[in-house]
Design a protein around this ligand. Structure first.
Ligand code: SAM
Length: 286
């Protein structure tokens, strides 16, 4: 559907996750200029706005009223008003309300504009030292132990970095569940209180982190992003390489030098390039 000219714009505005210096000048301009700001918690947002001297009307838009609010906001946009959506911290829609609103506004053929900024999981990934070329964001794991362990069991063999949000009162239990489901040697990074005074990034095996948290209650406080290194692929012998991997390799070997072919095939399939190099040589000899 084409976007409706004359109608207002919905801006999705990221706000700081701790350090107020992270509100971008553009975010500030947009918040100052819109007709209304839809906020997850109006009291929380009014404190942020008053810090920046922004005086705009607020409208509550949270998990419990978002669908009804979406209709009202679509109407206001159609009447030519502009609206900004903010959450309590970081980027709206990322483990925060906003999905139904954005969907409704786009379905109505109206314009949605991002005003990017802080996001805890991106900030955490960027400093974690874990592979960041591919990753999976889980959001919050189930709050109950049984549901949490079941979900971890589903993720245990996932080959890339995965990321969860966790609250301070569950962090210790979550590490205990990780020890059980992923093993005590899995490499995990805990990014705590990012951009705030007590910002800490701890990196180690599950058992090392359990130990640090058990001995230092400060390390159990605050907001956490938990990043888990993807599962190691078992090293394959050339006889164990799956058929589809060999097919990919054989196409590449036809076109490229062996070293490059095996490196590209390794990137595509996750099988070690050393193993593929040997298999490629065997193909040539056959
Ligand atoms: N929309 C937000 C974003 O863009 O990151 C996330 C909202 S979610 C309801 C809140 C969770 O994000 C917290 O429980 C914590 O896991 C994580 N989080 C938020 N701020 C953080 C910070 N400063 N340091 C570490 N984690 C943070």
């Amino acid at each position: 559907m084409s976007e409706n000219s004359g109608a207002g714009i919905l801006y999705i505005v990221a706000t700081p996750i701790g350090n107020l210096g992270d509100l971008s000048p553009r975010a500030k301009d947009v918040l100052m200029s819109v007709d209304v700001i839809a906020a997850e918690d109006t009291r929380h947002t009014s404190r942020l706005l008053s810090h920046f001297g922004i005086k705009r009307p607020l409208l509550a838009c949270h998990d419990y009223n978002e669908r009804g609010r979406s209709e009202q906001i679509v109407q206001r946009l159609q009447d030519g008003e502009s609206v900004a959506l903010v959450s309590d911290a970081g980027t709206p829609l990322i483990s925060d309300p906003g999905y139904h609103l954005v969907n409704a506004v786009r379905e109505a053929g109206l314009k949605v504009v991002p005003v990017p900024g802080a996001c805890a999981m991106v900030a955490a990934l960027s400093v974690s030292g874990l592979p960041s070329d591919r990753f999976f964001f889980e959001g919050f794991l189930p709050a109950k132990g049984s549901g949490r362990r079941k979900r971890m069991a589903e993720l245990v063999d996932f080959a890339h970095t995965w990321i969860v949000y966790e609250s301070p009162h569950r962090i210790v239990d979550m590490l205990d569940d990780m020890a059980q489901e992923l093993g005590v040697d899995r490499h995990v990074v805990l990014a705590r209180e990012l951009t705030k005074t007590f910002e800490t990034v701890l990196s180690g095996t599950v058992v090392e982190l359990q130990d640090i948290l058990a001995n230092d209650e400060n390390q159990r406080r605050g907001e956490f992003v938990v990043l888990v290194r993807g599962a190691e692929k078992p090293e394959l012998g050339s006889g164990d390489i799956p058929e589809e991997v060999l097919r990919t390799l054989s196409v590449l070997v036809e076109e490229l030098p062996m070293k490059q072919a095996s490196q590209i095939a390794a990137k595509l399939t996750g099988v070690k390039s050393k193993v593929l190099y040997k298999a490629g040589l065997a193909m040539k000899d056959a």
